[in-house]
Design a binder for this molecule. Structure first.
Ligand code: ADP
Length: 353
């Protein structure tokens, strides 16, 4: 028991160190077994009642232990998950740039976590509601303008989901003012002030996403969906201005489709997904280990998010996992990815041993 207590203490210190040192956190959410899935093999995920940062997964008769910053079991509610990310979200009111990614194989619950379902919204809608209420408390000293853009990245192309012509080609450019900031000329930004505004915007984004494809489910599992929220504040009495960006990203499915003999357009899609997901992992890893060169330009996704991944911005990776035995090997891949982006190099402690 003493050993266990010692280990818990060490882990707490380690977590605190990581929290203080890096701005990247990695959470894991395990989705419940769905109705009709009971036949697809047994549940292979186990939790530690004393430690909400540890997850065990049984794959091919072997137990593997993964340590993250927090693990949400299947019974965790949308509200409980949101409570753990709300301080990240409100930090964009103070001018921080924030990225929250949902990562995992198709069907692991990424869209459930980010978008949610009709009567139980996910992080996207809850974030905007929270921002509305937080900025209203800062009035009348501060005046805030909240705008949203919705972007899809498919086959390394950007689509402007709130635009009149979503298929018009968009490019990422460097601001001509020499500030080093990036922008996307022509990207539509819509001001939102109420829940009705949010619903209208989400409906338009969904409609535009759906019009480009014959099978929305397949298409959305092979493209990244970004909700980009900009919070700009102005204090008339002091003249202070703040600007923070919140990027909420439902990533393409991480399953290894490229290895199953895909051809033609499927192969191209797979290559683009692999490229952008590994580029994202590389960028986060390089940032975390404080490498000199950060390879932002290796994918559209990382290039577009460059401003929000560097400097003192904050990043959260929500790794989604299915509890089913039939998905175990993909779950192992996702959790290994999680561990990789979580690793600190350069002599700092990497994990509890
Ligand atoms: P992905 O976006 O990763 O492909 P989805 O979010 O579409 O996966 O989830 C697959 C299915 O599982 C959906 O029917 C979704 O509603 C359900 N689901 C996922 N996570 C949860 C959860 N935490 N609670 C209840 N149902 C969930």
């Amino acid at each position: 028991r003493k050993y266990k207590r010692e280990m818990n203490l060490r882990k707490k210190c380690h977590n605190e160190l990581v929290r203080l040192k890096g701005n990247i956190r990695v959470f894991c959410r395990v989705r419940p077994v769905g109705q009709g899935e009971q036949d697809e093999g047994k549940n292979v995920v186990a939790f530690d009642a004393n430690d909400d940062a540890v997850l065990q997964l049984y794959n091919k008769g072997k137990a593997m232990t993964f340590e993250l910053d927090k693990v949400f079991p299947p019974e965790a509610t949308q509200e409980e998950v949101f409570q753990e990310v709300r301080s990240l979200i409100t930090s964009c009111i103070d001018g921080y740039n924030v990225c929250i990614f949902a990562y995992g194989q198709t069907g692991s619950g990424k869209t459930y976590t980010m978008e949610g379902v009709e009567d139980n919204p996910g992080i996207n809608q809850r974030a905007l509601r929270l921002l509305f209420s937080e900025v209203s408390e800062k009035a009348p000293d501060w005046d805030f303008n909240i705008t949203v853009s919705m972007v899809e990245i498919y086959n390394e192309m950007l689509r402007n989901l709130l635009g009149d012509n979503p298929n018009e080609k968009l490019d990422i450019k460097m601001c001509p003012d020499g500030s080093g900031q990036l922008y996307v000329p022509g990207l539509t930004e819509v001001t939102v002030q109420s829940v009705e505004d949010i619903n209208k915007v989400f409906d338009l984004g969904h409609m535009n996403r759906a019009t480009a494809c014959t099978n929305l489910n397949e298409h959305s599992s092979r493209s990244h969906a970004l909700l980009i929220i900009t919070v700009a504040g102005f204090n008339a009495s002091t003249g202070h201005r703040t600007i923070g960006k919140l990027n909420l990203v439902d990533l393409a499915g991480s399953e290894r489709i490229g290895k199953s003999g895909a051809e033609g357009s499927r192969l191209r899609e797979a290559q683009c997904i692999n490229k952008s997901l590994s580029a994202l992992g590389d960028v986060i890893h390089a940032l975390r280990s404080k490498q000199g060169h950060i390879p932002f330009r290796n994918s559209r996704l990382t290039y577009l998010l460059q401003d929000s991944l560097s400097g003192d911005s904050k990043t959260l990776m929500m790794v989604q996992v299915s509890p089913l035995e039939s998905n175990a090997s993909e779950s192992v891949c996702s959790l290994k990815f999680a561990q990789r982006v979580r690793t600190v190099e350069l002599g700092t402690p990497t994990s509890r041993k």
